[in-house]
Design a binder for this molecule. Sequence first.
Ligand code: CMP
Length: 385
Amino acid sequence: MIPTNSLRATQFDPATRSKISLGQTPSIRAEALSHYFGSGELRKQVLFENHLTVYPGEIIIMTGPSGSGKTTLLTLLGALRSVQQGNLEVLGQPLDGASPKAMEQFRRQVGFIFQAHNLFDSLNATQNVRMAIELCYPHRSAHEQTLAAEEILRAVGLENRLHHRPKQLSGGQKQRVAIARGLVHQPRLVLADEPTAALDELSGRTVVELLQKLAREKQTTIVIVTHDNRILDVADRILTLVDGSIRSDALVKEAAIITQMLAKCKVFERVTPRTLTRVADEFNIENYAPGDQIIRQGDPGDRFYLIRQGKVSVRKGNPEVQIAELAEGDFFGEMALLSGQPRNASVWAKESCLLYSLHKDRFHAALAETVSMEAEVREAYFDRQ
Ligand code: CMP
């Protein structure tokens, strides 16, 4: 079945990058990330054991009802608040247990675009934007800094407002200055909270296209909290936060389909529908172009895969020979996870493939939950050897 909604179509389009290539280090890795507000009896949990992996160049859109924890998560990712519980590594730096100084240094690599513009009234647009470069690259000449500030302001459509002060700008124009300021130092990670809310359709498009360009050309990771349906199509993945939990990592509607697929996999045959539904929620989506390698023989196993669309070739030996071809509804990558041994074969995309992947920790957690499931998986494992 070809997905019909535009996001899925984009995700499956082989022309879009296959971003999640094997061996690439994630730019964001959260494990069991929880957060609380208040203390004593008033202590309230706002984030519940969230797992999240984001790769360089990915654009993530985070949606969800207000109060669901989106902004809290965003501020944790940007080291604007300290991690209380769980592990969080962003741009290769562990943020759990990071000192205030380390957090401050880390923040320089991040571009923040928040709704509250915080522009300086006494500075014009170019000077406001320049401030961000001055902080990160103090050694650059004043002329260079000004040129960079003007260039990014032009890119967000403010070429006629370079010397205007915030008071002389409309709400949308101020927002675009704030966006330019968040991007001018070419951060490796951009965290944006409702960046397009105050913008008309055309300005909103200009801004998201700029973000897309950054992601594509500079491998910038972009996380956008938004309710703006007009920009959902730029997302590689949509995360929905509900009551402090990331729901299904882009797969809200797909969860039902995954559940059905899992139920048809021999390994999951006897697992209760309830467990299947929960496991389905924990899958991530991955795209591969024809000829891409998904698993390399000899590598350690990190993920279990389910084929949503496309065909893969399982190949073994040196030189490699095809030993199996797997298609929609089939799974692979379970053996290394079960045995603790390296991958026993390589897996290549034969066609454009849309895969669902389950992190090994979640796979093992699911196995631990149901004895029958573990027995089934092991049986299937030995069947294949
Ligand atoms: P793993 O060892 O984790 O990584 C390579 C995967 O290829 C392996 O898990 C299986 O999922 C798959 N695989 C290996 N041998 C076969 C086979 N004979 N038939 C189908 N799939 C296989």
